[in-house]
Design a protein around this ligand. Sequence first.
Ligand SMILES: NC(=O)c1ccc[n+]([C@@H]2O[C@H](COP(=O)([O-])OP(=O)(O)OC[C@H]3O[C@@H](n4cnc5c(N)ncnc54)[C@H](OP(=O)(O)O)[C@@H]3O)[C@@H](O)[C@H]2O)c1
Length: 301
Amino acid sequence: MTNMTRRRVLLRAAGLGIASALPSWSTAQEPLIAKPIPRSGELLPAVGLGTASVFDVGNDPARLAALAQVVRELVAGGGSVIDTASSYGTAESVVGQLVAQAGLRSKVFIATKLEQPDAAELRESLRRLRTDRVDLLQLHNVSDAGQSLAPFRQWQADGLCRYVGITSTFRRDYAAVEAVLRKEKPDFLQIDYSVDNRAAEARLLPLAAETRTAVLTALPFGRGRLFRSVRGKALPEWAQEFDARTWAQFFLKFLLGHPAVTAVIPGTGDADHMKDNLGAMRGRLPDAAQRRRMVDYLQSL
Ligand SMILES: NC(=O)c1ccc[n+]([C@@H]2O[C@H](COP(=O)([O-])OP(=O)(O)OC[C@H]3O[C@@H](n4cnc5c(N)ncnc54)[C@H](OP(=O)(O)O)[C@@H]3O)[C@@H](O)[C@H]2O)c1
């Protein structure tokens, strides 16, 4: 791609509120989709990696080797977000070990979560992750409208995290999430959202847009449920209209086509799946009408 073409792509994408990050290695390919974090304008590659359960492997050498390959694929493919939590068993330690061994700390955006604003637990998380500062610190599973992010903001001011956020994957807690989002205006919201689980569309995604809160979507495949629902079914031909070549890309592009969604964090322990998922960062995204068609199509199966 010439510099001029590259500039045109960037300008066109910026007009859509989406920008294309163009690392030097990507010049021979289509540009990658990256979206701005509203609070800072920093571009975040739109496909990341979730580590719940898949990274809870302890010291198992074969599984560690497979996960090392997943992390390498993530970065080689232009991704950077790795989402983990202090409560995911050994996942934080595994992420810390693999990122340090590969020398990739400066290339990844590490998001972790605390159950409570507990300074001792934060120190433990930083130790396990082998870093002085995480990129995003999230208050995990918000369930009470009165929860405060004040300690997280203090840690942000102290340089222990770059952004603060909240998470939930429980419909019964959405009212509390809404209240905290409105009151605390976190930098990030992480919420469960998938083509067959769209409750977040009603109030939380519009509110996140209003509070200029970036959105990470947890459970983008419904813990694999979506793959089971299309087993043996071919992708519809019109998926080409938004450059989805696999079901994984179809499911992820559905999410990235929502203007409030910043990045998706599918979980995988398989390097080929990681590569497949990263493919959703290339080409076009579905517009509102195409997204409605995607929902209708899956409901018709
Ligand atoms: N409250 C919260 O904050 C909260 C709660 C839940 C989850 N989360 C976050 O959301 C992330 C994602 O959730 P999740 O991992 O539970 O579920 P998920 O991303 O919806 O689905 C993961 C499943 O999809 C499979 N998969 C991934 N890529 C695939 C591909 N290209 N083709 C076929 N299968 C594929 C994985 O198997 P393979 O390993 O074989 O690829 C795994 O079985 C978590 O890791 C976590 O970071 C946050």
